[in-house]
Design a protein around this ligand. Structure first.
Ligand SMILES: [Zn+2]
Length: 234
């Protein structure tokens, strides 16, 4: 009887290891996705800073064009002033010039604001660039480790699966079925030790009769409480 228990324990050991390895393997894609998302977020922060900087350049150019047009208009008015002999027309043009000069002054203020913003953005962009490079290389390194881990886990799982198949063929079909059902339904613990007459699966004391039956080693003995297969501790 101890022989079958030994075989079952060996099988359970493989199944438990397989379960742990498969759980680890299953968690890896999500870990990888998290790292990829962190890289993308760093890239987005950099992109945002760069986009604002480009927007400022475009706005500055458009303001420059607008200011140039206004200055041209002022020059035109001044030429007209020189050509007129009518006082009324002269002062009307002076009034126009004053109005356009005010507009130019507003445009120039806006240009200064934009230049100041651009200056403030420069260190932000270089900080974002640096942090992006750092994050990228850090997380890419971690992704490479994950990929290596994935490969190693797959290899170990394949090896264990082969060993598991071999171990299972040595066990009688009925016993194997019973074991597998217990392993599935009892959280990966199908065969457990009985210690001081307490089942280490459900932590309940068994009857003296169960304990005696187990020591007799004549049949497979189950815990009356949880149904797990019992074995005597080594
Ligand atoms: Zn039990």
């Amino acid at each position: 009887m101890t022989e079958i228990i030994t075989k079952l324990l060996s099988l359970q050991d493989k199944d438990q290891r397989l379960r742990t390895l498969r759980t680890e393997l299953d968690a890896l894609p999500a870990e990888k996705t998290t790292k990829e998302r962190l890289i993308a977020e760093a890239a987005a922060r950099l992109d945002q800073a760069r986009t604002r900087s480009k927007e400022i350049e475009v706005q500055k150019k458009s303001l420059e064009v607008e200011a140039a047009a206004k200055r041209e208009q002022i020059a035109k008015y001044k030429t007209q002033q020189m050509q007129t002999r009518k006082n009324e027309e002269f002062s009307a043009l002076s009034h126009e010039i004053e109005g356009v000069e005010k507009v130019v002054s507003t445009i120039e203020d806006r240009e200064i604001e934009l230049m100041e913003e651009a200056e403030l953005l420069k260190p932000q962009i270089s900080a974002a660039e640096q942090s992006y490079q750092q994050d990228k290389s850090k997380f890419e390194g971690q992704i490479a480790v994950l990929s290596e881990k994935t490969g190693n886990l797959k290899t170990r799982i394949a090896e264990l699966e082969t060993a598991r198949t071999t171990a299972a063929t040595e066990i009688d079909e009925d016993e194997l079925d019973r074991y597998e059902r217990l392993f599935r339904t009892k959280n990966g613990l199908a065969v457990v030790a009985l210690e001081h007459d307490v089942c280490t699966g459900c932590h309940m004391k068994v009857t003296t009769q169960t304990s005696v039956e187990l020591r007799a080693e004549k049949s497979i003995v189950s815990c009356p409480q949880c149904g797990r297969i019992l074995h005597q501790p080594a």
